[in-house]
Design a protein around this ligand. Structure first.
Ligand code: ADP
Length: 433
């Protein structure tokens, strides 16, 4: 499932970035291409202005001059005397001549058909009469390339000389096509890089979620497993109770009650952990006398320790201690878990010491026993949910949740809890607050 989500997130990230990049590239290309056309048209108009100024001042237009102007601007000139092409345009190549005729005809047609706003017209006085020139853009039918065109008219009445100047935009269009291709390649490379980055990035983001989901699944599996045993005992005891003689029913009812208590305590533990997971873990801190808290726990667990002939002792600092800001109920719960475990995993005649030490601003509460101890390899895992070092050795009321609850409570207080080997065997759990 996470692989699918990973892929979808990657596609989404890469897709959105690709669209943004594409839109930005298109906007840039649009503005840049418009600018290129505008500049080219302006350069063309400047050249035409120069040519028409020359024409205004010349009495004779020589072929050399025209050829020179043509070569300079890479233009194509057509000269018409009263609408009749001049010798200047007569070529030996018939194909080229036909092409020129078509260009000439189409450029003149375009001028007649174009709306007025697409044509720039300039009129001035020259020594041979009025000189006017009109510039516009057109696309001949024979080619996809566009042309800038200028029609320069001199004279009036029966004596009109027209010079038509054509400038092909082929080179500019090639330049623009190259620029588009460059952008396309850059965009493709960027999208590929972004996809790789998005894959790693979403992978990093999803990792804790995937781990969490796996933990949740394991938690549910373990919880169901733990609940199944007492529930099946309850069900079979209830069934037997129905068919049993009245004097035997009390025994079954006791079993049902005890197993019910087990289920209830397990459900309470699971609820505590689920609250901690969803950050709804209520920690109501208040100034507390930690030594009093330990004393209360010591007194509460005294009888249980005595039942197993375990010697429970308490060590408190001699000096008066400052108040500690903690949730007394939660911290009592941690001490109870540690003491309960110590009593459970320490054989009869054993020793357990509950102690409080002050290190400047911090307090260390420890529960040390001389019981069965915890192998080094297991020390990290005992704080995991439902983890028990030796399941067969654990008693019925141990689900492997106590230390995980203790860990969450201490974490919620900003402290930490750790386990070490007690000198001479056994374990020592220390909670730093
Ligand atoms: P449980 O309810 O099984 O005690 P915990 O989370 O409290 O669950 O403890 C996890 C495991 O850590 C226990 O099953 C036990 O194997 C080990 N453990 C905890 N406390 C002690 C201890 N004082 N001495 C030895 N082993 C312990």
């Amino acid at each position: 499932m996470f692989k699918k989500v990973h892929l979808r997130l990657t596609l989404l990230c890469a897709g959105i970035t690709a669209v943004i990049m594409l839109v930005m590239s298109l906007c840039y290309l649009y503005v840049s291409e418009k600018g290129l056309y505008r500049n080219q048209f302006q350069a063309f108009k400047n050249d035409i202005n120069t040519i028409s100024t020359n024409l205004e001042q010349q009495t004779v237009i020589s072929m050399e001059w025209l050829a020179k102007m043509e070569a300079q601007g890479n233009y194509r000139f057509f000269v018409l005397d009263n609408g009749v092409p001049f010798l200047y345009n007569q070529l030996s190549d018939p194909d080229q001549a036909a092409e020129n005729d078509r260009l000439l005809a189409e450029s003149r047609d375009a001028l007649d058909n174009l709306p007025a706003q697409d044509v720039t017209v300039t009129v001035s006085d020259g020594i041979n009469g009025i000189v006017s020139h009109s510039e516009y853009e057109f696309t001949p039918s024979s080619t996809d390339s566009r042309y800038f065109c200028s029609v320069i008219r001199m004279g009036a009445g029966d004596c009109v000389l027209e010079i038509i100047v054509l400038s092909s935009l082929h080179r500019l269009e090639q330049q623009i096509a190259e620029q588009r291709l460059r952008f396309l390649l850059i965009d493709i490379a960027a999208v590929a890089l972004l996809s790789i980055f998005a894959w790693f990035f979403t992978g990093i983001l999803l990792k804790p979620i995937a781990e969490n989901q796996q933990k949740q699944a394991m938690f549910v599996a373990a919880a169901s497993h733990e609940l199944r045993t007492p529930l099946s005992v309850i069900l079979s005891a209830a069934e037997c109770c129905q068919n049993a003689a009245p004097e035997k029913q009390a025994g079954f009812i006791r079993t049902i009650y005890q197993e019910g208590l087990r289920v209830s305590s397990l459900v309470t533990d699971m609820l505590t952990l689920s609250q901690s997971d969803s950050h709804r873990f209520p920690v109501r801190k208040e100034p507390t006398e930690l030594d009093t808290l330990l004393m209360n726990a010591y007194e509460a667990f005294g009888p249980l320790a005595q039942e197993k002939s375990i010697r429970l002792t308490i060590t408190l600092p001699d000096e008066a201690l400052p108040l500690c800001s903690i949730d007394p109920e939660r911290i009592s719960q941690v001490i109870a878990i540690l003491l309960h475990n110590a009593i459970s995993y320490t054989p009869e005649q054993g020793r357990i010491t509950l102690s409080l030490v002050r290190h400047r601003e911090r307090f260390a509460v420890s529960v040390q026993d001389n019981g069965i101890g915890i192998p080094d390899a297991e020390k990290k895992r005992i704080f995991d949910r439902f983890y028990r070092v030796d399941k067969s050795r654990s008693q019925k009321d141990h689900f492997g949740l106590g230390l995980s609850i203790a860990y969450e409570i201490v974490k919620a207080h900003g402290g930490n809890i750790q386990v070490t080997d007690a000198p001479g065997g056994g374990s020592c759990f220390t909670m730093l607050l």
